[in-house]
Design a protein around this ligand. Sequence first.
Ligand code: AMP
Ligand code: ZN
Length: 141
Amino acid sequence: MIPKDSDCIFCKIVSGEIPCAKVYESENVFAFLDIAPVCPGHALVVTKGHYPTLLDIPEEMGAELTAALKAVGNAVIKATGAHGLNLMQNNHEAAGQLVHHAHFHLIPRFTDDGLELWPQAPYENNDEMTRLAADIAAMSG
Ligand code: AMP
Ligand code: ZN
């Protein structure tokens, strides 16, 4: 059975209870335009089931999700004439997640559009990088 949350806005969009500008649908995946886009054509790809974050999505949906991201991503580029595309995915409030139903942002990008999505800086010392790599490798393997 597909998990649902009756208070979730994206569950209501998937079920048709709330209208959306739908652009794609497959067995377990749904996509529509973001109502407040970074730029026109900004699309959201969501699982039909209610999984709070990416880390909760069943692994067996991986291939279907990737197919949806490629199909919608290519279509967004063609429809907008974009020169590039960002795939963004926020998990938990600290990372900017406002809607707690896993979703992927597909954002069309244009040469010289001036958007700067995140600041970066090198590690202050190499030991920290080595230690974190070892910890993450041990915990993900
Ligand atoms: P996030 O911050 O990653 O959780 O992104 C949630 C996104 O959902 C935001 O970019 C909102 O603009 C978008 N959003 C919220 N409500 C709707 C809606 N009813 N239809 C389309 N997009 C929505
Ligand atoms: Zn939901």
